[in-house]
Design a protein around this ligand. Structure first.
Ligand code: S3P
Length: 172
């Protein structure tokens, strides 16, 4: 039943997954799980420290383990980190009994949103704008392919995005 399916939000850093997942969970009366928060809880360190002290491959392993655990539950809204789609097994698990929604955002909009934030190790670089473009060119096709539905977020409020998602879930 659609009501029981997990709804996983994917998309680039700064696309609005956290805010939208929070509002969507409220709107649908569902519980929300954020993969990054569960990683921090499991490991005991912040994301930046995990990356700098243990490296990205370690982080990705932990991320996959957390996803495998979370999808045991049903009826959730899942806020996925921007890189979860990099492993096919993660996408497979999220899709199995779940719906994947891609929040698509323009690289310039993303840059404006993330430029004053420091908690994303992949963007703490000399030229974050260039990095966004590079990562996006690698990932865009992967997001599109993984997604069951895509919502273009540019110029929309989080509330409008939530209504759009609720709409195609048949709950508007
Ligand atoms: C990452 C995205 C981050 C976090 C980590 C890596 C990525 O999550 O998981 O910094 O590879 O895109 P957000 O998309 O919530 O910022």
């Amino acid at each position: 039943m659609m009501n029981e399916k997990n709804i996983a939000l994917i998309g680039f850093m700064g696309a609005g997954k956290t805010v939208v997942s929070d509002l969507l969970a409220q709107r649908l009366g569902r519980r929300r799980r954020a993969i990054d928060d569960l990683i921090i809880e499991a490991d005991g360190r912040q994301i930046g420290d995990i990356f700098s002290q243990s490296g990205e491959p370690y982080f990705r392993e932990l991320e996959s383990r957390v996803i495998a655990e979370v999808v045991q539950d049903k009826g959730l809204v899942i806020d996925c980190g921007g890189g979860v789609v990099l492993k096919e097994e993660n996408v497979r698990r999220l899709k199995n009994g779940g719906l994947i929604v891609y929040l698509k955002a323009d690289p310039d909009v993303i840059y404006e949103r993330v430029k004053d934030q420091t908690h994303r190790p992949l963007l703490n670089v000399g030229d974050p704008k260039k990095k966004i473009t590079e990562l996006m060119s690698v990932r865009e096709g992967i997001y599109e392919k993984a997604a069951d539905r895509c919502v273009v977020t540019d110029g929309k409020t989080p509330e409008e995005i939530v209504e759009e998602i609720a709409g195609f879930l048949g709950m508007a």
